[in-house]
Ligand binder design. Structure first.
Ligand SMILES: Cc1cc2nc3c(=O)[nH]c(=O)nc-3n(C[C@H](O)[C@H](O)[C@H](O)COP(=O)(O)OP(=O)(O)OC[C@H]3O[C@@H](n4cnc5c(N)ncnc54)[C@H](O)[C@@H]3O)c2cc1C
Length: 556
């Protein structure tokens, strides 16, 4: 099997570590964040910036760092509305390809000192059966690729610390309130010349309509993320969520070193040991892996954020979330967790999940959307990260796609000699954007389409989708390329859309076989004629899951 674009990922000597967290220490001589007031009063506002970056989330911060390193003599402005540590339920597991991208950006050490936990693959539990999908082997023979899971806020603070240590990045605490430029007659933003700033807290004395405008010599990068206010310039109307992820934290004893394992053999032994003797050091069926339980209302995802904390994310399908009032949301979550944990047959898991749910004062929920990227954006600006492109978070691929977008784009920009040509000569930027979209597409498409397709199967709300879920589980259980190539899609290491289609339709044909031969436990009953009819209807359902998403992703 060929694995394109493999780069070395150095072992971190101090990994895995426990607190205290020392992110600031990795990067010497960090500069202060400039406040909005100081920015207006001092020379900063009059500075001539090469580029302006809106948002210091994982993508904006990584982009600023790389741009600053590529042109040490240039000046960058990084605008973030809050430089305090984010506390969110997003972006806590980075797939191996995302870790590779970090390495490529010169940020390979961002996982150290934050209590990050290695991730070796995924464990999936479905109707009492268990499956381990390890990450791929490295072509250099040094074991398997691995990902990392962590506290999102700690990773972001490490990235921001890296930016603050760059002398040519001005880190500003302010809100970008408006993109300044020219619009067409129908109100579409055609060209961006700069950004209007406002204070990050609305209680500040400054109004937003007369805030200062920063006009970069080069480009404005829009990285304002999941809740982007500037995405409206790319996509007209807001997109409804497919489902919601509701999350809380389960605290536990640290995982003993003895339970570390690497690869499928260790994992199988671990599962057998837990199954037979009920030995548990931690509530996760398989520590140091993403754990997916498929028997809930929607899929339930468990992964460690540190050695002593596990994130529980329960998917609630549908665009509307049950209301918190009257405990409706908690009841749905409880029902989902009980069903998922009891059918996984893991000793004690159900009790621990319910105890943690009852003990959580706040359940945090966030909508899961699919928003495809578009290559058509205003001249003078580039949208990146979740401001550009969102996929279902089930497969944890958001940061991987965003970071590879940064790698590809900064490589292209580094070969451009003139910063001003980017803003003054429309053809230069148009050419770069076209190349960027072409190069980013294979990986983005595979990660995005996989996330939406897997969610449809795993949240199965019809008998046909239930049959496809069963077939998918059987297919992945076959081992060799039936396990490892899908693992490559999940990890972002195998960006091959054709191979993804091949495996998806192989699953669909397996579903047909299960149904016609009457071996399916998910879709039972019916005469042979009915079974043949419903089997082929399932093929239609499979096609209608994947092809429209794929088509949308292929649009320019
Ligand atoms: C429930 C859930 C779970 C997820 N889990 C994973 C996972 O395990 N792995 C993974 O890879 N991805 C995951 N994702 C996706 C991942 O979180 C995103 O892809 C990632 O956070 C995108 O980074 P970003 O920098 O583009 O945006 P964000 O992380 O949203 O950061 C945007 C930044 O911009 C700032 N900002 C916003 N507006 C302004 C403004 N007007 N002015 C100034 N600053 C502004 C914000 O304060 C923020 O700091 C998950 C998503 C969800 C919803």
């Amino acid at each position: 099997m060929t694995v394109p674009e493999i780069f070395s990922l150095d072992e971190n000597p101090d990994w895995p570590t426990q607190g205290p967290y020392e992110y600031a220490d990795h990067y010497s001589s960090q500069r202060e964040v400039v406040s909005f007031d100081d920015f207006i009063k001092t020379r900063h506002a009059r500075e001539s910036y090469d580029h302006v970056i809106i948002g210091a989330g994982p993508i904006g911060a990584a982009l600023a760092y790389k741009l600053a390193r590529d042109r040490p003599d240039g000046q960058l402005l990084l605008i973030e509305k809050s430089w305090t540590e984010p506390d969110r339920i997003v972006g806590e597991l980075m797939q191996p390809a995302g870790c590779q991208a970090m390495e490529r950006l010169g940020l390979g050490n961002v996982f150290s000192g934050i209590g990050a936990v290695p991730v070796h693959g995924y464990h999936i539990a479905y109707s009492g059966r268990h499956l381990f999908v390890p990450y791929m082997e490295r072509p250099d023979g040094h074991g398997r690729f691995r990902g990392n899971s962590f506290h999102h806020g700690r990773l972001v603070m490490n990235l921001r610390a890296a930016c603050k240590a760059q002398a040519n990045i001005t880190c500003l605490e302010a809100s970008a309130v408006e993109l300044i430029g020219e619009t067409t007659k129908n109100g579409r933003l055609e060209t961006v010349h700069g950004v209007r700033l406002g204070p990050s807290r609305t209680t500040d004395e400054h109004g937003t309509s007369n805030g200062p405008i920063v006009r970069p010599r080069g480009l404005t990068f829009v990285c304002d993320g999941i809740m982007s206010q500037f995405r409206k310039h790319l996509h007209g109307s807001p997109v409804e969520p497919i489902s919601h992820f509701c999350g809380f934290v389960l605290e536990h004893e640290p995982v003993a070193n003895s339970t570390y394992f690497d690869g499928p053999t260790g994992a199988t032994e671990h599962l057998a040991r837990v199954g037979e003797k009920g030995v548990r050091e931690n509530p996760l069926p398989m520590p140091h892996n993403g754990n997916v339980l498929l028997d809930g209302v929607g899929p339930v995802l468990l992964y460690q954020m540190s050695e002593c904390e596990t994130r529980v994310l329960a998917d609630i399908p549908g665009s509307l979330l049950p209301s918190e009032a009257g405990g409706h949301l908690r009841r749905v979550l409880r029902q989902s967790l009980e069903a998922a944990a009891s059918k996984s047959h893991f000793p004690g898991l159900q009790a621990q999940l319910i105890q943690a749910l009852d003990g959580s004062r706040r359940i945090r929920c966030i909508g899961s959307r699919f928003i495809p990227a578009t290559g058509k954006s205003a001249h003078g600006a580039v949208w990146l990260g979740d401001a550009l492109n969102i996929r279902h978070p089930l497969t944890g691929g958001g940061m991987t796609v965003g970071l590879w977008d940064v790698v590809i784009l900064t490589d292209l920009l580094a070969s451009t000699t003139s910063i001003t040509a980017l803003s003054e000569d429309p053809s230069t930027l148009r050419r770069i954007k076209a190349q960027w979209h072409w190069r980013r597409r294979p990986r983005a498409l595979v990660v995005n389409v996989l996330s939406v397709a897997l969610h449809a199967l795993f949240a199965a709300d019809s008998q046909e989708l239930g049959l496809l879920r069963e077939a998918c589980f059987d297919y992945l259980s076959r081992g060799s390329r039936f396990t490892m190539e899908p693992s490559g899609f999940l990890s972002g290491l195998l960006p091959s859309p054709m191979l993804l289609l091949f495996h998806f339709f192989s699953v669909a044909f397996l579903a047909i076989r299960l149904r016609i031969t009457g071996r399916s436990t998910a879709y039972t009953g019916g005469s042979l004629l009915v079974r043949i009819y419903t089997a082929f209807y399932t093929l239609y359902v499979a096609a209608s899951v994947i092809l429209p998403v794929m088509w949308t992703e292929l649009q320019p």
